[in-house]
Design a protein around this ligand. Structure first.
Ligand code: SAM
Ligand code: SF4
Length: 456
């Protein structure tokens, strides 16, 4: 089975070059059925230039986001534990030839200290990040690091879900990751355009096929929550969006489950990196591509990072983003230090509490929910619940409960407490099932009395 067919993608982009308004409206109408889009339909939207219709696209994306994901934004923080790397990716400050970088690999004690810092900031989810180096960053080091992170218990809670972003590896190593109870395994293709991929990478990562087929190995090893991504700026964003949809379709057909998430990182300047993106994505196009992905793969969560400014993130939350990092540091061992960006510069430098306070007026509900993977709702099982909209019921409730925990443990003095509970009550009243509403009211009271980790 061919995963990416460049000829087909280029053909569609050409064929849909100047879409008629009627064709655009028909695609937007179909998108409301929440059944996704064909490549051609996505191509029509990718080539859309009419401002009025772009606004209509945004409205449709907002509608679908609300229907499927509701009001929640799930927060997490990246955790860098080693920047040793054998690869030379042109865009990344961790590239092997950067001799100015003093490499670091955290000891398990140092990992505990970083995790304690993140817990005290209010986080419950981390995304583990490492460079590729099979001698320094062995799979045993990685799985022991995961065990260490889960083992840290503090009076203000613990990390309950660890997603992992490491280079493509073997089925055997994926099996070990699965055993160590990770949440989502994320790997970005960076660019689906083979020639560009080969131009920008040297080292083990330069193998386009290895990168592209990594998920097949992960699925074989039992990892069924996987996250795709593209580093926008390396190649034409329209091509990349169609390739992402193609990859998602392939995974669904081949393994019975599409991607759990899609990440949309955009290139950022980084120390030692002289590479300038050949295809920089303008802000308007960036928002457009998020909206189009929302329509094309409505049941896949979408992740935005602090590479983006507060302003762009605010707009993106309305168009389909369901998960966001906050208060991130891209340096190994960097939490608690002044420097924020070492792998690349971050743009949104606000604290988690500032980010949370800023989304409350939009009636967006901060969530720290980790229930699904802990209850085994992953892969196909997750999709079975999420497609008919069933999952939404659990998500809202778990969002309310985990946000109440956050307010009790971290927000009594930071100004989010009162508006936070106002929002909780607003959504509590929207729970139609009376029995469920009563149960949740009871659980919220238990949280006020010190109970923790209540979920559905
Ligand atoms: N080393 C692993 C890999 O490359 O797959 C793990 C992830 S790496 C620490 C995380 C991601 O950071 C990469 O996949 C890449 O997309 C992104 N990244 C690297 N340099 C970047 C830059 N200058 N701007 C934005 N994102 C960047
Ligand atoms: Fe290494 Fe990943 Fe950076 Fe490439 S993107 S240099 S593989 S850390």
């Amino acid at each position: 089975m061919n995963i990416i067919n460049e000829q087909v993608i280029n053909g569609i982009l050409k064929q849909t070059q100047s879409p008629a308004d009627k064709a655009v409206l028909a695609v937007l109408k179909k998108a409301r059925q929440k059944k996704g889009l064909s490549l051609k339909e996505a191509g029509i939207l990718l080539n859309l230039k009419n401002k009025k219709l772009i606004n209509k696209l945004f409205e449709t994306a907002n509608h679908i986001k609300n229907e499927i994901y509701g009001e929640r934004i799930v927060f997490f923080a990246p955790l860098y534990i080693s920047d040793y790397c054998v690869n030379n990716c042109d865009y990344c400050n961790f590239h092997k030839e950067n001799t100015a970088l003093k490499r670091k690999k955290l000891s398990f004690e140092e990992i505990k200290a970083q995790v304690t810092y993140l817990i005290n900031a209010g986080h419950k989810r981390v995304l583990l990040e490492l460079g590729e180096d099979s001698e320094k960053n062995t799979i045993d080091y990685i799985t022991k690091a995961i065990e260490t992170i889960y083992s840290v218990k503090t009076p203000r809670g613990s990390i309950r879900r660890i997603n992992v972003n490491i280079a493509a590896t073997t089925e055997e190593n994926y099996r070990k990751l699965k055993k160590s109870k990770i949440g989502t395994y994320q790997l970005f293709q960076e660019t689906y355009h083979k020639e560009t991929f080969e131009k920008l990478h040297t080292g083990l990562k330069a193998d386009y096929q290895r990168q592209l087929t990594a998920y097949d190995k992960a699925f074989k090893a039992g990892l069924d929550d996987i996250g795709l991504g593209v580093l926008f700026g390396l190649y034409d964003w329209r091509f990349e969006v169609l390739a992402l949809i193609m990859h998602a379709d392939y995974l669904e057909k081949k393994h019975g489950t599409g991607p759990h998430t899609i990440s949309v990182p955009r290139f950022r300047p980084a120390p030692s990196v002289t590479y300038k993106p050949e295809y920089p994505v303008a802000d308007n196009d960036f928002l457009k591509l998020i909206a189009i992905l929302r329509l094309a793969v409505p049941y896949t969560g979408m992740i935005i990072s602090t590479r983006e400014s507060a302003q762009i993130r605010k707009q993106a939350f309305k168009l389909g983003i369901s998960q966001a990092s906050a208060a991130s540091v891209t340096e190994v061992g960097g939490y608690g230090n002044k420097k924020k960006g070492v792998q690349f510069e971050v743009s949104d430098e606000r604290s988690l509490s500032e980010v949370i306070k800023s989304i409350l007026p939009q009636k967006l509900l901060p969530s720290f929910c980790t229930a699904c993977y802990r209850l085994g709702r992953t892969g196909e099982h997750f999709m079975e619940l999420s497609k008919p909209g069933e999952i939404h019921k659990f998500c809202r409730v778990n969002g309310l409960l985990t946000f109440a925990e956050y307010l009790e443990d971290f927000a009594k003095q930071n100004g989010a407490y009162k508006p936070g509970y106002k929002l909780i009550n607003h959504y509590l009243n929207k729970i139609e099932d009376k029995k469920m509403r009563a149960q949740v009211t009871d659980k919220l009271a238990q949280i006020k009395n010190g109970e923790r980790d209540l979920f559905y």
